[in-house]
Structures are given as structure tokens and as C-alpha cells.
Design a protein. Structure first.
Length: 363
């Protein structure tokens, strides 16, 4: 069974590493790796291949950045040709980025089976580009592999056949667990001159937060207040780089004398920062999950989340972009008044095994 595994953006690399490792052990699956080129900076792409021991892609589409429609169109055109020459039996897509949806659409039109890992998560917010990608991909996928019970319920509510849905757990957590010894060896805290539990870790890249300077200003004002209590470490996503040059915003960041702005970090250094911080402040999907597994308080800078289990069972709370609310949550954390949370079922480091067993049985 020839399966093309699709990756394009940072979180995809982290999810595909354990899946490919497990696929290579299968006697019936021939895995092929395709990189669309949606992310291309060394620190957003190549570094994860090296760190996580992901083989070089068999196929690179090199589509680069553009508007969503153009990026999706370019991936579709190039992937169409790939399907004609490689003739896969199936494709495996992860997550909810443009590459996920674009390749799924091509496969569906050609009658090629689609496996969607991380199916069924919903923010119910169609202004998020990812929500459209999730709904379209799930609508046309043949095997739906959700990470949690709430995602199964969403799929059933949308009328998907129960026979297509298999709860496999959270693939992100396989990589987190596999990487523990490398994460512990990271010297990033010393390099940054910060101490365990005495800094806040920030990431922001959602268009709703970083594409508009008035929204971003409210968030930065909160970070400036929190920065009076402890150092703030902020690895900056490429999407967020430009807005930090806005003079009004620059005035806020320049006033923060304990702000550490840096380029995006590698997986092990970043994991060490998550595991060791006092709090995470983020709008990332994956980091909401990782902080829950580490038991680290997480303030999510969004009004909703497609990962409600991190709020219900984990250490996450939604703050939106209200300066007062973000600062209020941070104060609660600093006063030790935060929930401890638990690790959700099947976020156990064995999701890749369940995925491959399911593919072998169902496809
Ligand atoms: C994408 C995903 C988002 C995911 C995020 C992970 C979509 C719709 N969005 O968002 O779901 O959470 O990746 O990080 O698929 N850029 C660079 N270098 C790169 C990549 C991007 O400079 O290597 C810049 C470009 O200016 C580009 C912008 O970042 O226009 C946005 O990149 P894009 O892939 O469109 O979306 P992300 O915001 O990265
Ligand atoms: N991450 C990383 N370096 C960073 C920031 C994030 O390795 O500087 C990892 C993080 O640990 C998680 C993943 O990238 O595994 C999350 O990706 P991102 O926030 O870009 O996307 P999302 O999960 O929001 O789609």
C-alpha cells in the first residue's frame, strides 16, 4: 500500500515524525514523504527534519507563501501531477493547515483514499482559516483519526459514519514523549540567562492577533505588565515579525527590559522552555496541548479553542485579547491559584502505533 504523507508547516513536521517511524516498520505500507514548501525558513522547516530524524522529503513542491487561495491552488496543481506519476493508494494528512486541505481535495477528486490525523477538532469559528481546512478535509476523508472524545462527538454530530472514525489519541504527544531526554539536555535556559519557573513563555501567530496592530497592542500591553514580575521569552513566528516593527508597538517592547525576543526555536530548546516556565501565553494549537501534558499553566490568547479538552481537563484557560483578563490570569498563576489539570486519555505516546494498526486494518 503506497501512502504519500503530506507535510507543509511547522506543526506538521512534529506530527509526522512518529508516524513515519512506525510506518517504516509496517510490512504492508510503503511510505512516501511530500513537503509542500508552505513553510521554508530553516528554523521553520529544515531544523525539525534534522532534530526529529525525519528523512528528506521524497517530493518537494516548493510552493512558498502567497494568499491562501493562491497557495492552495499552487499546491493542488503540483500535487495533481505527483498523484499521476506516483499513483498512491492513499494519502495521510495531519492537522489543519492549507497543505492539509489542498492535498486532500486533489486526492478526493482522483479517488485516492484520505487518512486525516487530528480529525474532528472544531473551534466553531469560521473566521479562522484552519476551521475551513478542518471541515473540508473531514468532509472528504475516508479514515478519520481524532485525538480526543470531543472530536469524535463533533464528527458524529456532523453525520460522519461511525465506521470511519477511530479515536487514536494525540500524535503531538508521541513526539513530546519520545524527545524527553533530548529536551532535558537543552541548555537554552543558561543561554538565555533565565531560571526554572522564573519566566513566562510567549508565542503568537494567529492572523486575528498579529495581523492588526490594535489587537496586538492590547496583548503587548499585557505582556509589558507581566514583564514587570518576571522575564518574558518570546520566540517570534515569521508571520509576527513585521508587526513588531510598527513604531507604536516597538515603543512598548523597547520599554520592557526583561523581554527576550528571538527567532523561532528548535523543538528541543522550545520544549525545554515550555517544561521549565512559570506560564505559557500563546495562541498556538499545539502549545495548548503540550502545556497541558507538562502541567504548566497556559493562558490562551483566543476567544475559543478547537482543543476544549485542554481547558476542561488540562491547564489551559481562554483569555481572548483583553489586557486586564490576561494580566488577571497571570496574577492568579503567580499567586499559585491555578488548576493542576490531568493528561487526557490516549495522550500517552502510543498514538502512532494505533494509527498504523488502524490503517493496516481499515484500508
Ligand atoms: C500556518 C497555518 C497555521 C499554523 C501555522 C504554524 C494555514 C492557513 N495556517 O500559519 O494553521 O498554525 O502555519 O506555524 O495553513 N513565512 C516566512 N517563512 C516561512 C513561512 C512563512 O517568512 O517559512 C511568512 C510569510 O510572510 C507568510 C507568513 O509567514 O506569508 C504566513 O505563512 P503561512 O504559512 O501562510 O501561515 P502561518 O501564519 O505560518
Ligand atoms: N515550536 C517550536 N519552536 C518554537 C515555537 C513552537 O518547536 O519556537 C513547536 C511547539 O513545541 C509545537 C509546535 O511548534 O510542537 C506548534 O506549532 P505552531 O504553534 O507553529 O502551530 P499550531 O500548533 O498553532 O498549528
Amino acid at each position: 500500500m503506497k501512502i504519500i504523507n503530506i507535510v507543509g508547516a511547522r506543526p506538521n513536521f512534529i506530527k509526522i515524525a512518529p508516524i513515519l517511524r512506525q510506518m517504516r516498520k509496517s510490512s504492508v505500507i510503503e511510505p512516501i514523504l511530500l513537503h509542500t514548501g508552505q513553510h521554508y525558513d530553516i528554523e521553520m522547516s529544515k531544523r525539525f527534519f534534522e532534530e526529529l530524524d525525519i528523512p528528506s522529503p521524497d517530493i518537494s513542491l516548493e510552493v512558498g507563501s502567497d494568499t491562501h487561495a493562491r497557495q492552495v491552488a499552487r499546491i493542488m496543481e503540483r500535487f495533481d501531477d505527483v498523484c499521476d506519476t506516483r499513483k498512491p493508494d492513499g494519502i495521510l494528512v495531519v492537522g489543519d493547515v492549507n497543505s492539509t486541505m489542498a492535498c486532500s481535495l486533489v486526492a478526493a477528486k482522483k479517488g485516492i483514499k484520505i487518512i486525516h490525523v487530528e480529525a474532528g477538532i472544531r473551534s466553531f469559528d469560521r473566521e479562522m482559516p484552519e476551521e475551513i481546512n478542518r471541515m473540508v478535509t473531514d468532509a472528504i476523508a475516508d479514515l478519520l483519526l481524532p485525538p480526543s472524545k470531543d472530536a469524535v462527538d463533533n464528527l458524529l454530530r456532523e453525520g460522519h459514519s461511525p465506521g470511519k472514525i477511530h479515536l487514536v489519541g494525540n500524535i503531538m504527544i508521541d513526539t513530546l514523549m519520545d524527545s524527553q531526554s533530548r529536551i532535558r539536555q537543552s541548555t537554552i535556559l543558561d543561554q538565555m540567562g533565565i531560571e526554572e519557573k522564573k519566566y513566562a513563555l510567549v508565542t503568537l501567530h494567529r492572523p486575528s492577533n498579529v495581523d492588526n496592530s490594535s489587537d496586538f497592542k492590547r496583548i503587548l500591553l499585557a505582556l509589558a505588565k507581566i514583564g514587570q514580575q518576571l522575564p518574558v521569552v518570546f520566540p517570534v513566528h515569521p508571520r509576527t515579525r513585521k508587526i513588531l516593527d510598527d513604531p507604536e508597538l516597538k515603543a512598548i517592547t523597547s520599554s520592557m527590559n526583561r523581554l527576550i525576543l528571538c527567532d523561532p526555536l528548535g523543538y528541543f530548546d522550545f520544549g525545554r522552555l515550555v517544561a521549565g516556565c512559570r506560564m505559557v501565553i500563546t495562541d498556538s494549537g499545539g502549545i495548548q496541548e503540550e502545556s497541558t501534558v507538562y502541567g504548566i499553566p497556559c493562558i490562551t490568547i483566543r476567544e475559543n479553542t478547537e482543543r476544549p479538552i485542554t481547558v476542561l481537563e488540562g491547564t489551559n484557560e481562554l483569555a481572548g485579547t483583553d489586557t486586564g483578563k490576561i494580566v488577571g490570569f497571570a496574577s492568579q498563576i503567580l499567586e499559585g491559584k491555578w488548576k493542576t489539570g490531568k493528561i487526557p486519555d490516549l495522550w500517552d505516546g502510543h498514538t502512532a502505533e494505533r494509527i498504523i494498526a488502524c490503517i493496516e486494518k481499515e484500508m
